[in-house]
Ligand binder design. Structure first.
Ligand SMILES: *[C@@H]1O[C@H](CO)[C@@H](O)[C@H](O)[C@H]1NC(C)=O
Ligand SMILES: *[C@@H]1O[C@H](CO)[C@@H](O)[C@H](O)[C@H]1NC(C)=O
Ligand SMILES: *[C@@H]1O[C@H](CO)[C@@H](O)[C@H](O)[C@H]1NC(C)=O
Ligand SMILES: *[C@@H]1O[C@H](CO)[C@@H](O)[C@H](O)[C@H]1NC(C)=O
Ligand SMILES: *[C@@H]1O[C@H](CO)[C@@H](O)[C@H](O)[C@H]1NC(C)=O
Ligand SMILES: *[C@@H]1O[C@H](CO)[C@@H](O)[C@H](O)[C@H]1NC(C)=O
Length: 723
């Protein structure tokens, strides 16, 4: 009897296990099931017809209620037509994210590759790297869809708002403060995600591997600052000066992908009525957004009020059809109306394509190439390992994993702390957290000092995390939180040798005290470096990698924010009111570290080789020919006048030599500045960047092709080019 009972239990176990396996590989949502005789004959299911034709057929078949149901992020199924449910809202800022509603990590796939937060990836100044990251993410996303763990293939990334104010909690999500970098980042990332070639060649039949979505509208960059929040904030943008800087950018992006749909931010339509009172009635808000060209509402407002807007004759049904055309076009281009993914090319992408060694290596490569060496006095770094050497690792960011990821993250393939990675190099490592948390409201100075005194080298791992800067939370100052500074100073004082300071942060931090401090030998900024960031930091500290990242944003002194309101959208300085302007292009005050700053273990020497236009010349006085540690940048000076603006492109060739003893990747940045500065125009502007890999003693020529109109023109006070 007992034996029998045991067998019965065992067989229940087997059944349960079978059930589990069954639910774990859920069906992905798709339309036009070929085994469903009643729907597969519809023209919208016919793969050989052009997509506009198929979309037209589908939209014509929908009732008004069905149409309205499709205008929100959670679009329900339409069973009578065999149309599946669809979730528009998924996120993939730097890896397939657990945020948004479309993706679940509760099936076969439990994690995804977490690349560095975007601000650090930007610091590599490498378009091809950005493209490859986009590609890797799209493949992982497709695998999740095929596995039934993604209810949609539309990902609301990248974030391409210019990082205008250093306090912005979401600055970490962006490629920084420069419009050229931002534009190139967007193009590369979107092409990678969508499966286009890096040069823009598209997949067959307009198919998309996954769909990207650039966000947000311009002047979005304020979350919550001294009682002002993004929902009610009325941003006054002087079109002439500020907007153009970002709209240039939009042209680039729309040209690349042919924007196919416009989504509202989550609950943003409701806000137009409920918070801002701009629309008198909810229906008015619906009419406003649809006639302005919006296609899908993240939220439920359009589900509630679109039908009544039609009934009240405020909205014509054709406006809804216009939106639906865009929406179903995207779904069809994603291949979601072609029957089961198993029968398609992209249906071959299985869970083994997620967290591959290749993708994890790419995350490591991105971190290595992004991390910025801010200071390296007396060549403290790299540390040379010896048998007898001992190391102290101190700080609230040393033994954490989540912090490495930044926001809009997902569960990473692996968790490696900075401490663990350093211990991998140096067994003889002592550790203390130093602060209770990143806010450092309480500090263990004595314990930290004791460790520091008794070890050869000290690495402090400090900075910020999401408790300090995030969505809905801007910073109110630019200094290190709480008692971090006093911990650093005490440890530096007690240490035998100058210490190494590692900073994790998205936005800039005023660490002038450390920049000028003799006992703080080296400073590394590692953004939020992703799942492999700990390893990359350790590799750089011990000289297995040569840092090559350069800051994608200005590091302002703390007083900057005392004189600049976060709500002030102006980019240009206004001397009459002591307004200093924003970003390296306009701000001429003291900086802690400049845009483009970044040291290396090598020295790079630049030499201008040739420029093809006569009207250009080199400003020999400001061009540092021999550039120690790569901090200085050559300036190309233009005297070009408007009439030449529309002339043909020209090229600039710069020779770069690695005069150091270590191989390295080095981003070459080319700036232009006007010969004469007028009207608060940009003092200088990045006009090209290219990364070169050079062995010790290696030399390369980098050719930049410039278009005078695009790269050397300025908006005048009315927003037009030229004078
Ligand atoms: C995963 O989560 C989703 C949403 O909560 C749920 O519908 C689904 O059943 C879950 N799958 C498994 C295998 O638990
Ligand atoms: C699909 O469309 C093509 C072109 O119009 C047509 O020849 C074919 O019969 C259609 N297939 C089905 C299954 O209706
Ligand atoms: C690091 O943190 C983990 C998890 O919080 C903890 O278990 C571990 O003991 C810590 N390591 C050290 C060396 O304190
Ligand atoms: C990483 O750590 C998180 C929480 O700290 C945990 O939920 C997750 O399972 C870990 N992932 C791996 C791959 O170990
Ligand atoms: C500091 O951080 C800790 C840990 O996250 C938290 O419990 C505490 O409330 C924070 N203190 C302040 C003043 O924010
Ligand atoms: C920047 O400020 C310095 C010192 O105030 C001044 O000499 C210089 O001309 C300014 N440069 C520009 C480009 O405005």
């Amino acid at each position: 009897m007992k034996l029998h009972g045991f067998a019965a239990i065992a067989s229940i176990w087997v059944t349960l296990a079978a059930l589990l396996i069954h639910t774990e590989s859920a069906q992905p949502p798709f339309s036009c099931d070929s085994s469903n005789p009643s729907t597969r004959t519809y023209p919208f299911c016919n793969k050989t017809l052009p997509i506009p034709h198929r979309v037209q057929d589908l939209v014509t078949r929908l009732t008004l209620d069905e149409k309205v149901s499709q205008l929100v992020n959670s679009a329900p199924s339409i069973p009578r037509l065999g149309v599946s449910a669809y979730q528009w809202w998924s996120e993939a800022l730097h890896g397939v994210s657990r945020h948004g509603k479309g993706v679940q990590f509760n099936g076969t796939i439990k994690s995804a590759t977490m690349f560095p937060q975007v601000i650090l990836t930007a610091a590599a100044f490498d378009s091809h790297l950005w493209y490859r990251i986009g590609q890797a993410i799209a493949v992982e996303a497709r695998a999740m869809y095929n596995e039934g763990q993604a209810m949609g293939m539309t990902f609301w990334a990248p974030n391409i708002n210019v990082f205008r104010d250093p306090r912005w909690g979401r600055g970490q999500e962006t490629p920084g403060e420069d419009p050229l970098v931002t534009g190139r980042y967007a193009v590369s990332y979107v092409r990678g995600i969508q499966g286009d070639s890096i040069r823009g060649g598209k997949l067959k039949d307009g198919h998309l591997q996954a769909s990207a979505c650039c966000k947000h509208f311009t002047a979005y960059d304020l979350d919550s600052w001294t009682g002002v929040n993004r929902f009610g904030f009325d941003a006054h943008v002087i079109l002439s000066h500020s907007l153009r800087l970002e709209s240039v950018l939009l042209f680039d992006v729309t040209a690349l992908s042919g924007i196919r749909y416009i989504a509202s931010d989550c609950d943003a339509v409701a806000i137009i009525h409920d918070v801002q009172g701009y629309a008198k009635l909810p229906e008015d808000a619906v009419v406003d957004v649809l006639t302005a060209g919006m296609d899908v509402n993240c939220g439920s407002y359009l589900k509630k009020y679109t039908k009544s807007a039609v009934q009240q004759k405020k909205l014509s049904e054709s406006e809804i059809d216009r939106a639906l055309h865009n929406l179903f076009t995207v779904r069809m281009r994603l291949g979601l109306f072609n029957g089961s993914p198993n029968e398609q090319l992209m249906g071959n992408i299985r869970p083994d394509r997620v967290c591959t060694q290749e993708n994890q290596d790419l995350a490591l490569e991105a971190a290595r190439n992004g991390i910025v060496l801010l200071k390296n006095s007396a060549r403290l770094l790299p540390l040379l390992r010896t048998e007898a050497m001992s190391l102290a690792v101190i700080g609230p960011n040393a033994n954490v994993t989540q912090t490495l990821l930044g926001n809009y993250e997902g569960p990473p393939c692996k968790n490696v702390t900075i401490l663990q990675a350093l211990q991998g190099y140096m067994k003889n490592t002592m550790y203390h957290q130093g602060c209770n948390a990143v806010n450092c409201t309480s500090v263990a100075i004595n314990e930290a000092v004791n460790i520091a005194k008794n070890t050869d080298y000290v690495i402090l791992v400090m900075g910020l995390d999401q408790s300090q800067e995030r969505e809905s939370h801007d910073r109110v100052d630019l200094v290190l939180p709480g008692k971090q500074k006093s911990l650093i100073l005490s440890v530096a004082k007690a240490a035998k040798k100058p210490i190494v300071l590692v900073l994790l942060s998205g936005g800039p931090v005023d660490v002038s005290f450390a920049k000028d401090h003799k006992k703080i030998g080296s400073i590394l900024w590692a953004g939020y470096p992703g799942e492999a960031g700990g390893i990359a930091i350790a590799e750089i500290i011990f000289g297995d990698q040569n840092p090559g990242g350069r800051l994608p944003m200005t590091w302002y002194p703390k007083d900057y924010i005392r004189i600049v309101q976060m709500t002030d959208m102006r980019m240009r300085p206004d001397p009459s009111t002591d307004y200093p302007g924003r970003t390296y292009r306009f701000y001429n005050g003291t900086k802690v570290f400049e845009f483009g700053h970044g040291l290396s273990y090598s020295n790079y020497i630049y030499e201008f080789k040739s420029v093809t236009k006569k009207k250009l010349h080199f400003d020999r006085s400001s061009t540092a020919k021999v550039v120690k540690n790569s901090v200085a940048v050559g300036y190309l000076v233009s005297e070009m006048a408007t009439q030449l603006c529309h002339n043909s492109k020209f090229s600039v060739t710069v020779a770069v030599e690695n005069a150091g003893e270590m191989a390295g990747k080095h981003p070459v940045l080319l700036f232009a500045r006007p010969a004469k500065l007028t009207n608060g125009n940009a003092m200088k502007r990045l006009v090209g960047f290219r990364t070169v890999s050079l062995g010790a003693g290696g030399r390369a020529e980098v050719k930049f092709t410039l278009n005078p109109c695009e790269h050397l023109s300025e908006a005048n006070k009315d927003g037009f080019d030229g004078d």
